[in-house]
Ligand binder design. Structure first.
Ligand code: PMP
Length: 323
């Protein structure tokens, strides 16, 4: 679907997957005016297909668009485009059972050609899709975390809450540092005090204090994950308390040591829920619980996946059924 100044959105079409032809002076290539989303469609036991909370992705896409000075795509158009692609690719939605899905990647780029720094006057919205296997084919495995003190992911007033490529470009070096330290994922602290835990490079964090789960509040510099939001609600259904709050790196270490922080997990569309097994920083290192996936972590993971795969009742109306 194209957007042109003065004309708005026009010319929606379904075309075979193929390379895009871009002018070397395409503004996206120079000034990174680009936003994207990620969501999944699952096959249900009766063979039909449903996507998980596409309107939440559509709304976040609008927030990202506003921050990047791009035109907002109507929520219905976003969902219609995803639905049209899912219908077309229905044979590629894996069979029910396991955790496989069809992953959808809606995105928008500027298409104006020019070297001046300004919001473009032409854009292109596209959706591509790919079958995605289970994130943990051999069973859920805890990840190790590197606490980055050299790099921040986002700053107040910046683009951290938007899902835009620049955030991920800025995270690559920190991720490489984590890998060099033998860790799987980077955890970022806030930019001002280097104290408050924000999120991982591609997942939000949850801290389990007995029967209460706490996730870092949305400060404007972390992404409002849709899995994060779903778990705030789902945890309550299962009899847990859930809240947003502030967790400092000192809280994390101390509460792990004194046993009040019983589990930590990360969450996002790709892995759904990933237990955190260990944490390392320049000055400290600790194992989370016994390094094994925790009980609450696994219970929440199963409850969410059961809704997504159509096994459990969709009490929150999260599934968007395609027939
Ligand atoms: N934080 C970041 C930086 C991410 O890239 C993602 C993945 N979209 C998340 C959190 C989790 O968001 P969601 O649950 O919507 O996938």
């Amino acid at each position: 679907i194209k957007w042109t100044e003065g004309r708005g959105w026009h010319d929606a079409q379904l075309v075979p997957y193929a390379p895009l032809s871009l002018d070397p002076a395409n503004m996206t290539l120079h000034y990174a005016q680009e936003i994207f989303e990620g969501l999944k469609a699952y096959r249900r036991p009766d063979g039909s297909v449903a996507s998980f909370r596409p309107e939440a992705n559509a709304e976040r896409f609008q927030r990202s668009a506003r921050r990047l000075a791009m035109p907002e795509l109507p929520v219905e158009t976003f969902i219609e485009a995803c639905d049209a692609l899912i219908q077309l690719d229905k044979a590629w939605v894996p069979a029910h059972g396991g955790e496989s899905s069809l992953y959808l990647r809606p995105f928008m780029i500027a298409t104006e050609v020019g070297l001046g720094v300004k919001p473009a006057n032409e854009y292109l919205f596209l959706v591509i899709a790919s079958p995605a296997g289970a994130y943990f084919p051999g069973g859920v495995k805890p990840v190790s975390i590197w606490l980055s003190e050299n790099y921040v992911r986002a700053v107040p007033g910046g683009i951290g809450f938007a899902k835009t490529g620049g955030n991920y470009a800025a995270s690559l070096l920190a991720q490489a540092e984590a890998a060099a330290k033998g860790c799987d994922q980077v955890a970022y602290l806030d930019a001002l005090e280097h104290k408050w835990v924000e999120e991982l490079g591609g997942m939000n964090l949850y801290f389990v204090y007995g029967d209460k789960i706490v996730t870092p509040e949305l400060t404007g510099s972390l992404l409002a994950g849709i899995t994060r939001d779903s778990l705030l609600k789902l945890a309550k259904d299962l009899g847990y308390k859930s809240e947003e709050g502030r967790i400092s790196i000192e809280d994390w270490k101390r509460d792990t040591e004194n046993g009040t922080l019983t589990e930590v997990f990360a969450c996002g569309t790709a892995a759904v829920i990933t237990p955190v097994g260990s944490v390392k920083s320049a000055g400290a290192e600790w194992t989370q619980a016994d390094g094994q996936p925790g009980k609450v972590t696994l219970e929440l993971r199963k409850a969410l996946l059961d809704i997504q795969t159509g096994v459990a009742e969709d009490v929150h109306g999260w599934m968007h059924q395609l027939g």
